[in-house]
Write a protein of this length. Structure first.
Length: 117
């Protein structure tokens, strides 16, 4: 039997405590409109290029908070991205590492990464 599983990531789920606040925060971070529909009262699909991100308030708990980044957001200018995050008062987790990446937290404490592509 040929393997039916594709070597692709369809989407990543992020646990959030408040779907409306998370939608607004992530859309502001990414510079996209927060005008999509909240599905089933707990899901918001961020309009991404490539692999998707779904914010989900139903799976949220303190134990579900992501403490190690599971993916990274791309940037072409790591220094400018770092300054952008500082200007937005987003909690940074350390400095830029190896002139290539840095980590930060969303309002729920999920650890995320921005990486130079």
């Amino acid at each position: 039997m040929k393997n039916p599983i594709l070597n692709q990531i369809g989407t990543v789920f992020i646990p959030v405590s408040n779907i409306e606040k998370a939608r607004d925060w992530y859309c502001d971070l990414l510079g996209i409109e927060a005008n999509g529909e909240i599905l089933f009262g707990h899901l918001y699909v961020l309009p991404m290029n490539g692999t998707g991100i779904v914010l989900d308030s139903k799976i949220y708990s303190e134990e579900a908070i992501i403490t190690t980044p599971l993916f990274h957001l791309n940037t072409e200018d790591i220094e400018r991205s770092y300054q952008y995050m500082k200007d937005k008062n987003i909690e940074l987790v350390g400095e830029i590492q190896h002139q290539h990446f840095f980590n930060f937290k969303d309002p729920d404490g999920n650890h995320l990464m921005i990486c130079k592509c």
